[in-house]
Write a protein that binds this ligand. Sequence first.
Ligand code: GLV
Ligand code: MN
Ligand code: MN
Length: 394
Amino acid sequence: MAVDHKRFLADLHKLREFGASGVGKGVIRPAYSDADIAARKWLAERMIGAGLAPHFDPVGNLFGLAEGTSLLMGSHSDSQPEGGWLDGALGVIAALEIARSCDRPISVVSFQDEEGRFGVTTGSAVWSGGLPLEHADGLTDGAGITFGAARSAMTDLSQGFVDPARFSGFIEMHIEQGPSLDASGDQIGVVTDIVGIRDMSITFQGQQNHAGTTPMHLRRDAFQALSLFNTRLNDRFRNVVTPQTVWTIGRVDLHPNASSIVPGRVRFSMQWRDGDADRLARMEEIIRATAQEVADQQGLVLEFGPLLGLEPVAMDTTLRTALENGAGRVAPGKWRKMPSGALHDATNLSRLMPVAMLFVPSINGISHDFAEDTAERDLVAGLDVLEHAVQALV
Ligand code: GLV
Ligand code: MN
Ligand code: MN
């Protein structure tokens, strides 16, 4: 067995062409977009070339199946609305290279909507049984399109759900998407745990009105409510969070979003992540109570969307040890164990089988941005670690 670094890098660049943004190495390939579906069809062809049987399931997850029992490897090939070329793509193409260079049974997967256009890691959440398909079908994206309607663009390809029992475990390689490895100069991170996440939308409904004639004390201004909520929340979290806890209001839909109108409604995303499920629950209480308090004080109506989430998970010891040994061989003295602050499909798969993850550095710690990148020597080092691990395992 010998991985082919050139072929691996060439395929990684080829995948980038689907939805290439024109800015740096950026990619716009959200789940079920034309670019995403075209990329999946191209991947299916590459899987055939690797001797695997391509298989699309009802939500658009693409598997390249080896015969019999196999080790599953991969990640996702959808992107954020503004994304980089490696987030997800790296793990899929690395898995493809391992599968075609290895004389042992390796299957490959590209999960659908890992980036959460509709939820949180939607494709693998449905496949793993963590999210019933009927619930997923009702989830909506920022424009109000349902998951059910979006996935219908791929149902003509569907061959039913794959039986997870055919896989002995799952290994996902990914870029770190944070600053740790880049800052320490390490080439490889072997993941110990993946944080948990909670995500829900919040709506403040006030009164739309004229921005010149409505006295300040009579306003029920949705933006002012959001602003107050954010300030109070940051203050109240102070005694609960750790330096590793993160929270984000990343999408704000202010209505009607015009300079001469007091905004009557704001709907926004509220997301928070931590490695401790109890802390996630405590933060939820604070979010709900603070939002209610602001709504009551300002005379607005408050509405919470469904709470989505994934629990924190630890990696499997056997798979992780194989990655650690591989890292020791490929990057002696230049690798470390580390938690993942980003979410990954591996979290869902841990319900079904042993899972482990490997990181390579993100230059300047940038990801979910067109500027996301990783040095070529690090991409290749990650592939080599996978190769060592697979040889030891399968
Ligand atoms: C996945 O992209 C995440 O948001 O962690
Ligand atoms: Mn990813
Ligand atoms: Mn991502």
